[in-house]
Design a protein around this ligand. Structure first.
Ligand code: AMP
Ligand code: MG
Length: 486
């Protein structure tokens, strides 16, 4: 299909990597493609023509029945630590169509998720069900709205095929857009099963694609490691600041670019509680909300290990360099997190006691089961009677500390409130809202989902329409559970 009509402008730099890193793989055809969600704004920014892409022919591409001109479809090989256990993996239910070069010259992977079996499918069918693909669309786009680096969702097409999980479900394909799909697990794969040259080629590719400035460093591979540590520390801090729980922080689900990837069992926390776990398979709480920063460090240590042959010809020195870089992670993470928390509290400058100020508030929130997002909203708009903490003596004490702290900075109260408005979302994709949207969509009514998406697109607008979406769910006897959606 012609590039002029739809705007496809594809390159395939991944195919220049050694062959161990991928297998050529066309998407497998589906019987009855039907577009159910389409992201007009994202299409436009990619230089794609929304109308053409939504035409019958365009939808054939989004469903994997037609390969656009310039595409070289492939499935990527990777490995990963899944809940701590090392395994050989790969795109078992995804095919990379190509890399779209946007009108401004940026490069984005266009990947179909759910296009049928690949050489890495193992026992799986390579297919995806409609519900989980819609869920990924909602949450990834909500993350983008929140200003958190993430893979994006261009479209969901129903396939007309039934996929069999515990129950028969309607099948679907999601078009995922990412600045790349390089993972910590891709490096683990190279270190375990590739040659020294393969590993070096991968690292050079990652530098060229994501950290070109590292190429000029004295030790480019150390610069790569440090850059990924910083990006991931910043990312995980952002998750923590909005109450996002990824749910399956395996090393194959951690990108080199620093984008959030793999929206399986993720969910947002309502009530502030460090031990919150939603994923049904995370029985040990390995990926609980409060554990995420530690797991980030653990995963980055696995990344650092893969780079040892590249860091220095002397293995002992290489090991030392890797360890030194990893040792920085906790401080880097804390710095990002503290900066974000200060902004949430309207603080422009730094004082040594800020960490204590924040910890007292979070401690009170945990103790009194306060809603995380709405506590910060109430502080922003001085509507304290709306919070679970209202009337509690320790909270009144804390407010005095916070007020005193604000008085000690030169910026006005107005400026401080503006900073809080820009740092505390009115809406997050709350589980009960997401579930309701999916339920209606399952019955063919997408209006609830579309409205939710529009509210989530501008979470810092604090508009009147957002008010009803800001409400926390009522008490439930059954805790919220998420599933991997494979
Ligand atoms: P995930 O839990 O989505 O990170 O997936 C872990 C691994 O399982 C990846 O290698 C996926 O490609 C693979 N996988 C997940 N679902 C399927 C499926 N339905 N068919 C084949 N492979 C799958
Ligand atoms: Mg994954």
């Amino acid at each position: 299909m012609g590039t002029s009509k739809t705007g496809w402008n594809l390159e395939n730099s991944y195919t220049q990597l050694p062959e161990v890193f991928y297998s050529r793989q066309n998407p497998n055809p589906v019987p009855a493609p039907k577009l159910v969600l389409f992201n007009n704004a994202l299409a436009a920014s990619l230089g794609l023509h929304a109308e053409e892409l939504q035409s019958e022919e365009g939808v054939q591409v989004l469903a994997g029945n037609l390969v656009p001109d310039g595409a070289a479809p492939l499935a990527q090989a990777y490995a990963g630590h899944q809940f701590g256990h090392f395994t050989r993996l790969g795109d078992g239910r995804a095919v990379l169509i190509g890399e779209q070069i946007t009108p401004t010259g940026e490069r984005f992977d266009i990947q179909l998720k759910g296009p049928g079996r690949t050489p890495y499918s193992r026992g799986g069918d390579g297919r995806a069900a409609l519900g989980p693909m819609l869920r990924e669309y909602i949450i990834s786009e909500a993350m983008h709205g929140l200003g958190i680096p993430t893979t994006r969702s261009l479209a969901v097409a129903a396939t007309g095929e039934t996929v069999y999980r515990e129950n028969p479900l309607p099948g679907a394909i999601l078009t995922r857009v990412a600045s790349s799909h390089l993972r910590v697990g891709t490096f683990q794969y190279a270190a375990q099963w590739g040659s020294a040259d393969d590993l070096r080629a991968l690292a050079d590719y990652a530098i060229q694609r994501h950290y070109p400035e590292a190429a000029d460093a004295e030790n480019r591979y150390l610069a790569l490691l440090q850059a990924v540590i910083d990006r991931q520390a910043a990312l995980i801090a952002k998750w923590m600041l909005v109450g996002f729980i990824h749910g399956v922080m395996n090393t194959d689900n951690m990108t080199i670019s620093g984008e959030t990837i793999d929206y399986g069992p993720c969910a947002f926390m309502d009530t502030y509680k460090l031990a919150t776990v939603f994923s049904s398979i995370d029985v040990q709480g390995r990926y609980a909300y409060g554990n995420q920063p530690y797991i980030g460090g653990w995963n980055l240590a696995r990344f650092a290990e893969t780079l040892i042959p590249l860091l220095h010809e002397n293995e002992e020195q290489a090991l030392q360099m890797a360890q030194d870089a990893i040792a920085q992670y906790t401080d880097i993470y804390r710095t990002h997190w503290l900066a974000g928390m200060r902004a949430k509290l309207g603080l422009f400058n730094a004082e040594a006691e800020d960490k204590d100020l924040i910890d007292i508030l979070l401690g009170l929130m945990e103790q009194h089961q306060a809603d995380y997002t709405n506590t910060f909203r109430a502080l922003t708009f001085d509507k304290l009677e709306a919070t679970e903490l209202f009337g509690i003596a320790e909270f009144a004490e804390w407010l005095k500390l916070w007020n005193g702290r604000q008085d000690r900075q030169p910026e006005s109260r107005e400026a401080s409130q503006q900073l809080m408005r820009d740092s505390n979302p009115a809406v997050i994709p709350r589980n009960h809202r997401v579930e309701a949207a999916l339920e209606y969509a399952g019955q063919g009514d997408f209006s609830v989902l579309e409205r939710l998406l529009s509210v989530l697109a501008t979470p810092y607008a604090h508009s009147p329409e957002q008010e009803e979406y800001a409400a926390a769910p009522g008490a439930s006897a059954v805790p919220y559970r998420t599933f991997c959606g494979t």
